[in-house]
Design a protein around this ligand. Structure first.
Ligand SMILES: [Zn+2]
Length: 425
């Protein structure tokens, strides 16, 4: 990998060059259209855990998903397929069905429950450590303490919970009574909430503390944490810019925003009509390999696998959503025959037809895509006769190109990105 993109300096293989584009590539920065802010320098201790120079790095990598999970602010929910008990071999992160994220909007745990996720940054460090260790006894106390300290010191969301705690303590001492105060911690206010209109107690870049005692009006935010102990799990939208830092605090130790729909593209030529950076372009940019750049995501091993799967599912979800919203352009009306048939069948059994969504043949894996591929294959057979050999090819993790590009201590399974790229060379 010695060809550098002329825009973003991402490393490429010679044969990844695009026709007539010279040293400009699509799969790193979309030919210069995507420029994201450089990630701030990682806290030194965390970067040493990631680059393998820390004494506890091995344990950190073996359990990185558990460490990450125990520090996250929202939960990552999916049906995981567990291969480890079924077969030997490399680690493989696989899920079934959908992924969804939830956040508990209560500041305190319910009776008889331990604090979890964001609540752990509201209680003090020792209690948080105790809870995390009791839930994950195989994790190292020392590493957990270090990580918790790093997040508390640097992460804007952890600081928001601390800010809430401070406010509650101060109000208590001001009022001198143990009365229940209605306070809300608001993450990402919805547009149109003028700050002057509301009684905001404290505020930082991502969160605002609001007291409901002042007037009737309540500002709207995407996620609101209340100082109550009635557990309410709220689904977090994949569009929320806080989702990535909430789920991957180890990749975003400062809590900086992940992908969001207002990321703007740079206009590279007059034909370029798209204005926004898509999630796909963002993910590609993050996954590009750049010289001398510390990229925790590529160093994340098992957590990287999770992040890749997670990002893919989100991209696919966006695409399905697009197809849903653009049925007219996709000429879905022409499938009226299908709709009539369904309606008739439904009438026979006294059922109802839901809203049908047609996935076009350009949507990989859709029935129409399969159908079209099948037709193509059949017309090939029609022209050239039946095939004599059915050839499949698998990737060898020991290929020189893969081995050369792994980072110190990594195995091929830690870098699905390199394996896939080398396979397509
Ligand atoms: Zn580039």
């Amino acid at each position: 990998m010695n060809v550098l993109c002329k825009h973003c300096k991402a490393k490429h293989f010679e044969s990844e060059k695009v026709d007539k584009k010279g040293l400009s590539f699509n799969d790193c920065c979309s030919h210069g259209a995507v420029v994201l802010d450089a990630a701030p320098d990682f806290p030194q201790e965390l970067s040493s855990l990631f680059d393998g120079t820390h004494a506890n790095s091995n344990d950190f990598f073996d359990n990185i998903r558990y460490y990450n999970n125990s520090l996250s602010f929202a939960s990552f929910n999916a049906n995981l397929v567990n291969f480890q008990q079924r077969r030997p071999g490399p680690y493989c992160f696989k899920i079934h069905g959908q992924i969804y994220y939830q956040i508990n909007t209560a500041l305190y745990p319910c009776l008889n429950e331990s604090p979890a996720y964001g609540q752990l940054f509201f209680v003090d460090q020792e209690e948080a450590l105790h809870v995390r260790l009791s839930q994950n006894p195989h994790l190292r106390q020392e590493t957990l303490t270090t990580l918790d300290r790093i997040i508390r010191e640097n992460n804007i969301f952890a600081q928001s919970y601390a800010m809430m705690k401070q406010e509650i303590n101060e109000q208590r001492s001001r009022m001198n009574v143990e009365e229940k105060l209605e306070l809300q911690l608001l993450f990402t206010l919805k547009p149109g909430n003028d700050r002057r209109r509301f009684n905001f107690q404290r505020t930082n870049e991502v969160a605002t503390i609001f007291s409901t005692t002042a007037d009737g009006e309540i500002p709207e935010s995407y996620v609101t944490i209340r100082n109550k102990n009635r557990k309410v799990l709220q689904y977090v939208s994949t569009m929320d810019p806080n989702v990535e830092p909430w789920i991957y605090p180890l990749f975003y130790p400062y809590g900086s925003r992940g992908w969001h729909r207002n990321l703007e593209r740079i206009k590279v030529n007059d034909n370029d009509s798209s204005r926004r950076v898509t999630r796909m372009a963002y993910t590609k940019y993050k996954m590009a390999i750049r010289q001398d750049e510390f990229n925790s995501i590529l160093l994340g091993r098992r957590l990287f696998q999770q992040w890749v799967v997670d990002s893919y599912v989100k991209i696919e979800k966006d695409r399905i959503q697009w197809c849903k919203d653009h049925q007219r352009e996709l000429k879905a009306d022409t499938y009226q025959g299908l709709h009539d048939y369904l309606q008739n069948s439904a009438n026979d059994i006294n059922g109802e037809v839901g809203k049908t969504v047609i996935l076009p043949s350009t949507f990989l894996g859709s029935p129409r895509h399969m159908q079209q591929s099948y037709q193509d294959a059949m017309s090939l057979v029609g022209k050239t006769g039946k095939p004599d050999i059915f050839l499949t090819m698998t990737c060898n993790p020991r290929w020189k190109e893969i081995q050369e590009n792994l980072l110190p201590g990594q195995q091929a399974c830690d870098r699905p990105d390199i394996v896939a790229r080398v396979f397509h060379l």
